[in-house]
Design a protein around this ligand. Structure first.
Ligand SMILES: [Zn+2]
Length: 326
């Protein structure tokens, strides 16, 4: 990003936010960090971090395949499934129903990487605090680096943190058991601000064009009680969420990927979005959402297509709140 555009982006509002947030507490004092599309609470993360520092992990050999970025096409999924250790549809579906439990052949981050996992998470959390939750959703990798260099409240991303960040992006998600496609292949891709629209009161952005149009139509049809709960997410945002989920899963990357697409694999990067019932909080990201009148209306109106339906073969749990646009 050019310096001028960068400065415009971090304008008056940001300056105020920066001064208010300069005293970010190393103790993870702020517990109202939002983790969309997950049921993570900041307090759990904090507890998990303490646990990971004290407990030996249930670790296995892992992450050899960081160089491959091959995406899985739908036609390949059956083949891949037939080669996995849980080849039957029954055992696969049972694993996905129990997505929160550890399973045989789950892949874990090696314990040696726990410190960098946690320090990267904390630095990203400080970036989010500094730029604000809304801006963080669309923040690019290079912008993230600039913020680290520029603001001592964040601090420069270390070589190890950058390598770790990149390795998560380049990892072969199939190794986790995640079979969705890689939809963003450039780590440093920038989300052009002029192609996005900030949706009032939500703190989220949508791409202008089909995403914004579908959201408007959906809101007009369903009513004021439905709202956008997560829109565009940059690679930076998705990585922060995935790291949070990995910490919550105590290093189990497979478990993390069953409920959150690994970096580069989220359709939030290219147009999908999440909706929820106003005032329903984190329950919007649980199956409880599918019992709401809002969800029933979405289905009855018939134009909503869900990215991860029940019993999908993509290695992702049922997500009735996630609306497919692309
Ligand atoms: Zn989603």
């Amino acid at each position: 990003m050019h310096r001028r555009a960068f400065l415009r982006f971090f304008s008056v509002g940001t300056a105020a936010a920066v001064s208010a947030q300069l005293f970010y507490r190393e103790t993870f004092g702020n517990l109202d960090v939002a983790f969309e599309d997950t049921d993570i609470e900041a307090r759990q993360i904090y507890n998990s971090i303490r646990l990971m520092k004290s407990k030996a992990p249930d670790s296995r050999e892992f992450l050899q395949a960081f160089t491959s970025v091959g995406a899985v096409r739908e036609s390949e999924q059956e083949v891949i499934l037939s080669q996995t250790e849980t080849p039957s549809r029954f055992s696969y579906l049972s694993k996905m129903r129990n997505y929160e439990s550890p399973h045989e052949k789950d892949l874990y981050l090696p314990k040696a990487q726990y410190p960098v996992l946690i320090s990267t998470f904390k630095r990203l959390s400080r970036v989010q605090q500094l730029v604000g939750h809304g801006n963080f959703n669309v923040l690019g990798f290079d912008e993230m680096q600039q913020i680290g260099r520029r603001y001592s409240a964040v601090g420069r991303f270390s070589r190890q943190e950058n390598d770790f960040f990149e390795s998560l992006f380049l990892a072969n998600a199939k190794d986790y058991g995640f079979l969705g496609e890689k939809v963003t292949t450039d780590l440093t891709s920038l989300i052009s601000r002029k192609n996005t629209k900030k949706i009032g009161k939500t703190g989220h952005f949508l791409y202008r064009g089909s995403s914004e149009a579908l959201y408007k139509k959906l809101k007009a049809d369903v009513g004021e009680t439905i709202t956008l709960t997560s829109g565009i997410r940059s690679v930076v945002k998705q990585t922060h969420l995935f790291i949070a989920k990995t910490i919550q899963s105590e290093g189990n990357l497979s478990k993390a990927s069953r409920s959150l697409a690994p970096p580069g694999h989220s359709y939030h990067g290219v147009g999908d979005f999440d909706v929820g019932k106003v005032g329903y909080g984190s329950k919007n990201f649980t199956e409880a959402f599918s019992s709401t009148d809002e969800f029933k209306k979405l289905v009855d109106l018939g134009y909503v297509s869900i990215r991860y339906p029940r019993n999908n073969m993509l290695g992702v749990r049922y997500e009735p709140w996630h609306i497919k646009v692309v």
